[in-house]
Design a protein around this ligand. Structure first.
Ligand code: ADP
Ligand code: ADP
Length: 223
């Protein structure tokens, strides 16, 4: 069955409609590309699915629970423990080394430093960035920085990875390397990936594509 199912989502920012009846579903371990032109509602859909933005109407089921009926604290716990996030700009902590950045989510959830850094080192190996472990984010390339961000997002073994234009700031060669490593790592760990992109080349790494147009997407293929 589906891991995450949204039905008939509506969301407006003031008088600007962003979602007007959007439905979406994803299975465990599935990589789904959310495509569509700029301003069509892709980011708003991702933010609703991830429990960051509350929809005005509609339901979001995750593991048998309704995200829209949870308290802010419950949603926050869910985001920290079961979801991972990668955005266009990695948002790494500049004062920490890349290894410390990857270990950070585990440190914040109470894992001891040695164990956290051991797990971080394993993820960095999978993403082929062991050589930048001791460097700070300002000392690595854009492609390496995004791979650090991917490792950090996966280190907690999330059930769902939300990626919003994760290669948007990279050239095509580095973008493809990041997508290959991201999707390989996600598939190995059965992490579902909600991948927002407007690039067909990036969407090519998904199992399935859905297209948002004017705030509407009817995707019940995975149900
Ligand atoms: P996409 O990701 O496809 O570019 P968005 O979800 O970012 O689309 O935006 C959908 C619509 O909602 C657009 O018209 C956009 O201008 C508007 N919008 C998105 N976020 C906000 C916001 N925080 N405040 C006001 N309008 C917003
Ligand atoms: P990749 O293709 O793996 O993303 P590059 O070939 O762009 O990496 O970079 C090679 C090396 O040059 C890296 O190990 C990195 O340390 C260094 N480097 C690349 N870009 C930058 C940058 N903008 N600032 C500092 N160092 C960089």
């Amino acid at each position: 069955g589906s891991l995450l199912v949204a039905e008939d989502l509506h969301k407006a920012y003031g008088s600007t409609p962003a979602l007007v009846g959007a439905s979406f579903s994803i299975h465990p371990g599935e990589v789904v590309a959310v495509m569509g032109p700029s301003g069509s509602g892709k980011s708003t859909l991702l933010h609703c699915l991830a429990g960051i933005v509350p929809p005005d109407a509609g339901t979001i089921g995750y593991g048998g629970r309704d995200l829209t009926a949870m308290s802010d604290a419950e949603r926050s716990t869910l985001r920290r423990t079961e979801f991972g996030f990668v955005f266009q700009f990695g948002q790494l902590v500049p004062e920490l080394t890349c290894l410390e950045n990857v270990a950070l989510p585990l440190r914040l959830s109470g894992t001891r430093r040695k164990a956290a850094e051991r797990a971080a080192a394993e993820w960095m190996e999978r993403l082929e960035i062991t050589d930048v472990s001791g460097k700070r984010p300002g000392e690595v390339s854009g492609g390496q920085g995004q791979r650090v961000a991917v490792a950090r997002a996966l280190v907690t073994s999330p059930r769902v990875l939300f990626a919003d234009e994760p290669t948007g700031a990279l050239d095509s060669l580095n973008g493809e390397r990041v997508m290959q490593l991201l999707t390989d790592a996600a598939r190995e760990s059965s992490t579902a990936v909600v991948l927002v992109t407007h690039e067909a080349r990036v969407a090519a790494y998904s199992d399935r594509e859905v297209v948002v147009r004017d705030g509407t997407v009817r995707d019940m293929a995975g149900v």
